[in-house]
Design a protein around this ligand. Structure first.
Ligand code: H2B
Ligand code: FE
Length: 308
């Protein structure tokens, strides 16, 4: 039988308290695990995500001086690399985020302002989330052009390291790409394919997501550039992925879907997309090979899924 999936935007409200590992309890090797002040602050911020409902503005967070400084350290380090390493779509949008959403080294931008900006660009919106969702829930959100975003920041003791998504990863890595129409379509395509998919197919789609939205690189003229958020938010790996050392292969979803990958070290292989449009068409084609007795379409007027 077909696994349950969200049919209307409000169905996403059911994801709020279904977070994995680090949602409420921090892993022992997390830099903030033994810091009670950090843990209390995390709990305060994730409470917003726990009670958030569709249609609400995302509550404003008054970030502390320490949190803003952590952000500033990450922002200053990464922005030196974007001109030479980020794809042109990321570079196009970044100054618009500075103008419209107060991106800059001084203070962490507010998710609500960023979400409104994305809505104007591509119809994507952000929802606050307590921590890692299951792959199924997370991908299902993309079908609605919804990106689940953390709102807390990494521990100040290691500004350039985090074992999990945080607001730096979301705002500097993911957000700029969701403002691009072709990338938005591409991401939604993975989301649509995930609705009601079998567990095995969710695993395949999560792997495709990993090698594209998180660790994708793309060809731009005679150069290659990074578009994956895991790369764009990691000073070390952003340098490494374009260094000529790792293996590069063409983006073919059926092959990508079967590729094993490490999650705590740099990737030994990256897949190169020719363009987001091309990648979307390939994922759409791949989706028809998945084991699902129906197809789906998103109705943007009613913000609901139609079953075909
Ligand atoms: N949950 C959250 N909150 N953020 C993510 O980036 C994320 C997730 N990534 N769940 C998902 C899993 C990804 O690793 C794939 C789809 O499994
Ligand atoms: Fe991510």
């Amino acid at each position: 039988s077909t696994p349950w999936f969200p049919r209307k935007m409000v169905d996403l409200d059911t994801f709020a308290d279904k977070v994995l590992e680090m949602g409420e309890e921090l892993d022992a090797d997390h830099p903030g695990a033994k810091d009670p002040v950090y843990r209390a602050r995390r709990a305060e911020i994730t409470k917003i995500a726990k009670t958030y409902k569709t249609g609400m503005p995302i509550p404003h967070i008054e970030y502390t001086k320490e949190e803003n400084e952590t952000w500033g350290a990450v922002f200053n380090k990464l922005t030196t690399m974007f001109p030479s390493h980020a794809c042109r779509e990321h570079q196009y949008v970044f100054p618009l985020l500075v103008q419209n959403c107060h991106y800059g080294p001084e203070a962490i931008p507010q998710l609500d302002s960023v979400s409104r900006f994305l809505k104007d660009c591509t119809g994507f919106t952000l929802r606050p989330v307590m921590g890692l969702l299951t792959s199924r829930d997370f991908l299902n959100g993309l079908a609605f052009r919804v990106f689940h975003s953390t709102q807390y920041i990494r521990h100040h003791s290691r500004p350039l390291y985090t074992p999990e998504p945080d607001v730096c990863h979301e705002l500097l890595g993911h957000v700029p790409l969701f403002a691009n129409p072709d990338f938005a379509d591409f991401s939604q395509e993975i989301g649509l394919a995930s609705l009601g998919a079998s567990d095995e197919d969710i695993e395949r789609l999560a792997t495709i997501y990993w090698f594209t939205v998180e660790f994708g690189i793309c060809r731009q003229g005679d150069k290659i550039r990074a578009y994956g958020a895991g790369l764009l938010s990691s000073f070390g790996e952003l340098e490494y992925c374009l260094s000529g050392k790792p293996e590069l292969r063409p983006f073919e979803p059926a092959k990508v879907a079967a590729q094993k990958y490490p999650i705590t070290e740099y990737q030994p292989v990256y897949f190169v997309a020719e363009s987001f449009k091309d990648a979307q068409m390939r994922v759409r084609e791949f989706a028809t090979s998945l084991d699902r007795p129906f197809s789906v379409r998103y109705n943007a007027y009613t913000e609901s899924i139609e079953i075909l």
